[in-house]
Design a protein around this ligand. Structure first.
Ligand code: NI
Length: 190
């Protein structure tokens, strides 16, 4: 099922997600709907907040972004990315592993807005899967950027919060218009 993606101005995007404690069929169905929604929107990641649910759940798939490579290491060995996609991260935590690097980012909740964002080049991730099993991996490249972008969403942090002043100035009018439009729609009960 394709879920509606909320845009900038929706209050769910600013809320910290609740931890998941029950790994049941209902959760599995919701994760499936998030995956359907991410693929339909051609995104590499989607957080629960973006479909209006304030929960610690995100899904990712970077296997189709061949022009922006990723690396992934599990148990100290580099693995084939496509064997681990899609990734379902529940109650995730992230630790930076090395220096900051700047790269382009967009967000499904901010259509047509892009900017270079600085983040650690690689990270270690600890999470649970849709069954509640704990797992750990490290990643670099696009996957590291995407994981950090999505984990920010789970805390109510948006990529505009990490934009440089000059980019924020450039997009200010567009952001303001988007926020007003979303709030108008919410008031109209859409
Ligand atoms: Ni996003």
């Amino acid at each position: 099922m394709i879920l509606p993606i909320v845009k900038y101005g929706h209050p769910a995007l600013r809320q910290k997600g609740a931890s998941i404690e029950k790994f049941d069929g209902k959760l599995e169905t919701f994760v499936d709907h998030m995956l359907d929604t991410m693929y339909e929107a051609d995104g590499v990641g989607l957080a629960a907040q973006q479909v209006g649910k304030v929960l610690q759940i995100t899904v990712l798939d970077v296997s189709h972004a061949e022009d922006r490579p990723s690396t992934m290491t599990v148990d100290g060995k580099e693995v084939e990315i496509k064997n681990y996609m899609p990734l379902v991260l529940i109650n995730p935590e992230v630790e930076p592993l090395n220096e900051m690097i700047k790269g382009p980012e967009g967000c499904l909740s901010f259509p047509e807005i892009y900017a270079d964002i600085e983040r650690p080049e690689s990270v270690e991730v600890k999470a649970q899967d849709h069954k509640g099993t704990h797992f750990t991996f490290t990643c670099g490249g696009l996957l590291a950027k995407a994981v950090q972008h999505e984990l920010d969403h789970l805390k109510g942090i948006l990529f505009i919060d990490r934009m440089e002043r000059k980019d924020k100035d450039k997009w200010r009018a567009a952001l303001e218009a988007m926020r007003s439009e979303t709030q108008r729609e919410l008031k109209a009960g859409k």
